[in-house]
Design a protein around this ligand. Structure first.
Ligand code: AMP
Length: 415
């Protein structure tokens, strides 16, 4: 594999897989530009080396169909601002050859959302897995995925993978396009390098105590990493909506709180495994309950296992926040993924703020803190505390899979 430091970009066109899947508000304004900023060092290296850039990314989940709300046209100006240059836009990522051919050194072309084409993800559309024709459709889709990747590759002389946030996906632009560049013309970008180093800092050199904080809405989407972490950490804080699945599993009364009734046994198994592994499992005791899922709701502090009918737990209570802070402040390695409450509403941000404050304190005392996943990163940025933690990852799922020790297809394909 070539390296971005050594490659001579003079007069060359580089197609770069970036992760510009940034959150937008209802007016199409970017609410957190961490991912755009993360890609800039790689992009500047190409431009300063005398090359031209073709940028490709996905945004959201358009499921293989054009969806103007997920158009990357909305972020062209922001990318230009971050790069300090004008950015051209190609409204159809699979029909951009002419625009790509016309690029001169220093030019930048952003392609439209790759996922407007089902070929990007490579999953057959409009056919269920149970359908007898599914296997045939899958084969046909794999073939057109290769064609799609080949088209993208035809725009450029070299390929750079710098989309850590999607490196755990085997998609056309992350792990198929590589085939169309030889080893001397494909490379990982600076962001990938930085992210992999941050993961290694956690995995290969764990300073104890190691505290992981897993939040968010559901147990089901995090159970893989939770089980994995139970073999690695000293303290495991489980917070957010997950709290109530655990509370119910232990016989608690949770009112209208979010709960996965089919995961109660999974929750009990996590509690058991934590005991077996001598992991200090920290679950919410009290909570801020609300009489509606709204920022205007009435609230009260109550026990997470004794929530009145008609009320729902939307944030960690004061006693819980204190317990979280204790498990974090004493740590020397910290991993945080997922908010402790419905942080989108200012009324329910206290639990996440308590976590962020404790992480900042521990980091100031020499701990290594790694924050990943869109929502926790959005929290840290909302609190203006990005410079008080060790590393903010642009990856959510990719970060967790890397921490689990899984090989990421976006890296493996480069070898
Ligand atoms: P996830 O996508 O699973 O990481 O979950 C992130 C989402 O969890 C955020 O949008 C939060 O608003 C939501 N969340 C956190 N705590 C709760 C809660 N107690 N009830 C409902 N949703 C929650």
């Amino acid at each position: 594999m070539a390296t971005i430091d050594q490659f001579d970009f003079a007069g060359k066109k580089a197609i770069v897989r970036v992760d510009f899947n940034v959150p937008l508000d209802e007016n199409g304004q970017i609410t957190d530009d961490t991912r755009i900023r993360g890609a800039i060092p790689t992009l500047k290296r190409v431009l300063e080396g005398g090359g031209a850039l073709i940028l490709m990314s996905h945004m959201g989940k358009p499921k293989g169909k054009v969806n103007p709300k997920l158009s990357l046209a909305q972020i062209t100006e922001a990318v230009g601002k971050a790069l300090g240059t004008n950015v051209q836009f190609a409204p159809d990522c699979a029909k951009a050859k002419e625009q790509a051919d016309a690029l001169k050194p220093g030019d930048v072309l952003l392609l439209e959302n790759l996922r407007f084409y089902p070929e990007e993800e490579g999953k057959p559309v409009g056919i269920e897995k149970e359908d007898p024709a599914y296997e045939e459709a899958k084969k046909a889709m794999k073939a057109s995925q290769k064609e799609f990747a080949k088209t993208l590759a035809s725009y450029a002389d070299c390929y750079i993978m710098d989309a850590f946030g999607t490196a755990h996906r085997k998609h056309a632009s992350t792990a198929v396009i590589d085939e169309y560049f030889d080893k001397d013309h494909r490379m990982l970008g600076y962001l990938m390098e930085k992210e992999v180093n941050a993961v290694n800092a956690v995995l290969n050199n764990i300073q104890r105590p190691f505290t992981a904080i897993m939040g968010g809405s559901k147990v089901s989407t995090k159970i893989g990493i939770i089980e994995n972490l139970l073999g690695k950490v000293d303290n495991l804080i489980l917070c957010g909506g997950m709290t109530y699945t655990f509370a119910k599993a232990m016989g608690g009364k949770i009112g209208n709180s979010i709960c996965e009734d089919d995961k109660l046994d999974v929750a009990l198994a996590v509690i058991e495994k934590a005991k077996e592994n001598n992991v200090n499992l920290v679950l919410g005791t009290d909570c801020i309950a609300a009489d509606a899922f709204s920022n205007d709701a009435n609230t009260q502090v109550c026990m997470a296992n004794d929530i009145p009918d008609g009320w729902q737990g939307l944030d960690a209570g004061p006693e819980t926040q204190k317990a979280f802070a204790e498990a974090i402040e004493s740590a020397k390695t910290i991993l945080w993924n997922g908010p402790a409450g419905v942080f989108e509403f200012d009324k329910f941000i206290g639990g996440s703020k308590a976590i962020a404050d404790a992480i900042a304190k521990a980091t100031a005392n020499g701990a290594f803190s790694l924050i990943g996943g869109g929502d926790s990163v959005a929290c840290i940025n909302k609190f203006g505390m990005a410079d008080q933690v060790s590393y903010i990852s642009t990856g959510g799922g990719a970060l967790l899979e890397a921490i689990e020790g899984k090989e990421l297809p976006g890296i493996a394909a480069m070898a």
